[in-house]
Write a protein that binds this ligand. Structure first.
Ligand code: 9UX
Length: 72
């Protein structure tokens, strides 16, 4: 099933951070769409729930050196 999650992403200080977080998210298996916004420190991710979970997405963002928390 395709679900969507919204995440708080901390530690992004420039546009290149946003691009790198977006790139990381888009490469995760099961992620279909990822839009990250610097101004609001958030990211919206559409994903296939049979391939990846919200917790996996949080973990991947943190592994890349940013802080992440699930908003919804
Ligand atoms: Mo910008 Mo981000 O110079 O990890 S790329 S701060």
């Amino acid at each position: 099933k395709t679900l969507s999650g919204q995440f708080r992403i901390g530690g992004m200080t420039c546009a290149a951070c946003v691009n790198s977080v977006q790139g990381i998210l888009k490469k995760l298996p099961g992620v279909k769409r990822a839009v990250v916004a610097l101004a609001t420190s958030t990211g919206e991710v559409e994903y296939d729930s049979s391939a990846i979970s919200k917790d996996d997405i949080v973990q991947a963002i943190e592994d890349a050196g940013f802080e992440a928390a699930l908003l919804r």
